[in-house]
Each structure stands twice: as C-alpha cells, then as structure tokens.
Design a protein around this ligand. Structure first.
Ligand code: SF4
Ligand code: SF4
Length: 280
C-alpha cells in the first residue's frame, strides 16, 4: 500500500488545505483568493520571453478598487518594450513553506486611463514622488486575462492543486485524462504516483484534478494509452509554439520590435524608442 495515503502523515483538516478551496469551488472564489495572496506578496519576480530568450523582472502587483491586478514600469525600460512586443508574463510565487501560486497572464496597457493613474498615485505617493519630473513616463499594465493554479505541497509527499482562469479564460486542463474507452482494468490506479485515480460508479476510472501531479506514469502503464488514457503533451507543445491561439491570443501582433513597428503595435502607443533603448 502506498505509504503516502492522504491523512496518514499530517493532521491537517480539509480547511487547512488550500483554504478549503476545491476544484468544485466557484472560479471567482479561487481567483479572488489567488489575487489576494499575490497582492500581499508585493514584489514578485515575473518571467517573459524576449526575442526567444527568457527574461525576468521584479514587479509590484497591486489591486485596483475594481479587483484587477495592476503594475507599473517606465516607458523607457526594456521591460516596457518587451511587454509591448509580447504582453504575456508568468510567475511562480512561494506563499510559504507549503503553498505556491503559479499565474500566467496577458497584460494590457492602461496608461491613458486617468482614473487608474489617479487611484494608483494616491495609493503610492512614493512612486509619484519618484517620477515627479516626468509622470508621463509611467506605464500602467493590468492583468487582462490568464490562468493559474494554487498548490498545496504538504510534507513534501503529495500535491493538491486548484486551477483558475480569469478575464474570460478557462483553467489550464490536466495533461492526462481518461476517456469513455477505459476498460476498467485498474492498472493506472495501481501505478498512480499520487493516488489521484479512483473508480467511478460507471466502472470506469477517473482522475481527481486536485490530486494529479501531471507526472504521466498512468499513461506509460495503461494498456490502452492513446484511446483510454489520453495525453495533451502534443497539444501542449503546440499551444506553446502558437501562444495558444484559441485561448491566449496576444493582444497585439508579435514581431520584430523596432521604430515604426514598435510604435504601431504598442498597446499604449508610446512613440518611437529613443536612442538609449536597448533590445535584449
Ligand atoms: S489503465 Fe487504462 S484502461 Fe485500465 S483502468 Fe486505467 S485508463 Fe482504464
Ligand atoms: S499523471 Fe501521475 S498523478 Fe496524475 S493520475 Fe497519472 S499517475 Fe496519477
């Protein structure tokens, strides 16, 4: 028997695990908790792709009164130009020893929105002071749409997770799923690394979204892999190549960032890059 049976190595009540959230909780509730935790982190490291290379920046994600997440940068930083070219960021935030949040979002520039500028500067007088010699240099971005998940990593033996989407996007699907062609042999359950597979009243097996680690062991063991046990690996690679055209349509066309192209495609305008701009 698997020694990592739920509840055998810890005394957590269900409310301790992911704040009582489950994959049956309303999306708004899961997303609200994630946004609350992210905004409490204040400075976080986010990653993006720039000209095919990974980049990382530190931003201060805050919440607007309407609940949206917002951050700023200077229009004269390479970061701004990277966002204009590919307005997508990802972040993984350790909340504490046992909790982690992953979020992936498309961002939208809202620098022209005076109400947002006023609200932000009122809440952040220090930032206003810092940019006092050229407030128009401050660029504002909101997380427009995205997806993510919250992990509970307790006692290092098992993961529990809930996924969420926001801005009209659905949560990222599990990589592995069991279809109606399952013959009910139970081999996947015997080999599951996380005890995430259970038998339904229909005699077929199912994967619990909260417990699955996406490890793929079940897929390697199922005698009917490809029909009964399905993998999204190929689709996932395709998603990444195409920036997921179905669910992750970039807000602006991507392409080489330079001169006219930059000014044309930047969601906030921004004008021509000055001579001091660097494209990493
Ligand atoms: S191993 Fe495959 S066929 Fe057997 S129960 Fe699991 S999914 Fe169904
Ligand atoms: S992917 Fe791994 S954790 Fe998920 S159901 Fe299959 S074996 Fe279990």
């Amino acid at each position: 028997m698997n020694q990592f049976l739920r509840g055998t190595q810890h005394n957590l009540s269900s409310i301790d695990i992911l704040w009582g959230l489950t994959d049956q909780s309303p999306q708004e509730e899961i997303c609200e908790k994630a946004f609350q935790l992210i905004s409490e982190c204040q400075y976080i490291s986010v990653s993006m792709v720039s000209n095919g290379h990974p980049e990382s920046r530190v931003i201060d994600l805050q919440r607007l009164k309407d609940g949206r997440m917002i951050f700023i940068t200077s229009k004269y930083k390479p970061f701004y130009q990277q966002l204009c070219k590919c307005p997508e960021i990802v972040a993984c935030l350790p909340i504490d020893t046992w909790f982690m949040i992953r979020v992936r979002a498309f961002v939208k520039e809202v620098s022209e929105d005076q109400a947002i500028r006023d609200e932000y500067f009122e809440a952040n007088p220090g930032t206003k002071l810092m940019y006092r010699n050229n407030l128009s240099a401050v660029a504002f971005f909101v997380l427009e749409k995205g997806e993510g998940e919250m992990f509970h990593l307790y006692n290092s033996e098992r993961v529990r997770r809930v996924r969420f989407g926001f801005g009209g996007l659905t949560p990222w699907p599990l990589t592995y799923s069991i279809s109606y062609q399952c013959v009910g042999c139970g081999i996947c359950q015997e080999n599951c690394a996380e005890q995430a597979i259970f038998k339904g009243s229909d005699g077929k097996y199912h994967i619990s979204h909260m417990d699955c680690d996406d490890c793929g062991i079940c897929y390697t063991k199922c005698p009917n892999a490809g029909t009964a046990l399905l993998s999204r690996l190929e689709a996932y690679e395709e998603d990444k190549r195409n920036c997921d055209p179905v669910r992750f349509q970039p807000a602006v066309p991507t392409g080489r960032v330079s001169g006219h192209h930059y000014a044309q495609n930047c969601p906030g305008g921004g004008g021509e890059p000055g001579p001091g701009h660097l494209f990493f």
